[in-house]
Design a protein around this ligand. Structure first.
Ligand code: MRU
Length: 346
């Protein structure tokens, strides 16, 4: 069983506080919309699909808090969704999930009571959550075929159970391959500055009994050169219509290194991560995060206070560096402009 990153039970939203991992495994309650906004902003819950699911439940949390003076469910949903949409800019799953909640609210019959509206929105959030679980499994089933016996797999950041409602995306391929008895070894980039690879991916994989070695981000080229890596697979935060992929900062560099070493580079993502309104990666908004994440890593001075810092949280990998994109429907291959259109029409 994968870890329960997000739990909706008896009308309460709880999450694993990922900022405390791997030292402390603790659940926190998100009791109001500000808690949900803050948890997303501070990466207590993170990873594109998980952010979307959490925000959908966040809308329900906001409506429940106002149930006694709720005049207009659609207007209150719009207000909550608009606010939650300001938490992080890059992962399109956030906006996709909030749009679904808005559309559901707008489709309520005019005669419905507030209680009925609230029940319908709760059902929609649960549906987004359940669908995400099914998508993870399907991505895992398709992607597992890429993992050969004895493979050495490099991954970046965390695209596992902690980033979704179930098996994850990139890590789902590994969980399913392991379930099928395949032997392989994972190298997890530590993923500076917030160490999602070292803290989260290594935690998940060791817990699942999958062999994993943590490497610092600047070791990837050497590890490839030593012949330890036969494939790279990562998740995605937003995929443009031409197949350019935004993912955690450092992903682009890995794709360039993989090409230089003749190693296939794959991306795994559900359809909610594709954004056809954006033609190429150049138009994907890239989140800029607080300089203190770099200057003051985990409570210790890691660069002089007076030093300027540039801290983009994501980068864009051009489609031509990507050998395939694993989705719930199968593995998309170039030319992506066509294969993505076909996939989203399914
Ligand atoms: O800043 P984060 O930790 O939210 O970044 C997460 C990633 O970049 C993941 O690779 C991506 O969201 C895919 S998760 C299935």
């Amino acid at each position: 069983m994968p870890v329960e990153t997000i739990r909706w039970s008896d009308g309460q939203l709880t999450i694993i506080d990922q900022t405390q991992l791997p030292g402390t495994h603790t659940r926190i309650t998100l009791a109001n919309i500000d808690d949900v906004w803050g948890a997303i902003k501070q990466l207590k819950v993170r990873g594109a699909p998980a952010i979307g699911v959490c925000a959908a439940f966040g809308v329900v949390v906001a409506l429940k808090a106002r149930v006694n003076d709720l005049q207009n469910v659609a207007a209150a949903t719009q207000e909550a969704a608009d606010y939650l949409a300001t938490s992080r800019p890059t992962a399109v799953n956030l906006f996709w999930a909030l749009d679904r909640m808005r559309r559901r609210a707008e489709s309520l019959p005019p005669s419905s009571t507030c209680e009925e509206g609230l029940a319908a929105l709760e059902k929609e959030a649960v549906a987004i959550f359940e669908e995400d679980r099914a998508l993870c499994r399907a991505i895992g089933e398709h992607g597992a075929a890429l993992i050969e016996e004895g493979a050495g797999i490099l991954t970046h950041c965390n695209a596992g159970a902690l980033a979704t409602s179930d098996y994850g995306t990139a890590l789902a391929t590994m969980y399913v391959a392991a379930d099928r008895g395949r032997q392989f070894h994972v190298y997890a980039d530590e993923t500076r500055p917030l160490l999602q690879g070292a803290r989260l991916t290594a935690w998940e994989l060791t817990d699942a009994g999958i062999p994993v070695t943590v490497i610092c981000d600047n070791m990837a080229a050497q590890v490839m050169r030593e012949g330890r890596i036969s494939m790279v697979i990562v998740g995605a935060d937003r995929i443009a219509a031409n197949g350019d992929v935004a993912n955690k900062i450092g992903t682009y560099g890995l794709a360039v290194l993989a090409k230089a070493h003749g190693i296939p580079f794959y991306v795994a993502a559900p359809s909610s991560t594709f954004d056809l309104s954006i033609q190429s990666g150049e138009d994907i908004p890239i989140e800029q995060r607080d300089a203190e994440e770099v200057r003051n890593g985990f409570g210790r001075r890691t660069a002089p206070e007076a030093a300027d810092v540039y801290n983009p949280a994501f980068d864009v990998t051009p489609a031509e560096l990507i050998a395939g994109i694993v989705t719930e429907h199968g593995i998309l291959i170039p030319p992506y402009t066509e294969s993505i259109q076909r996939h989203l029409a399914e």
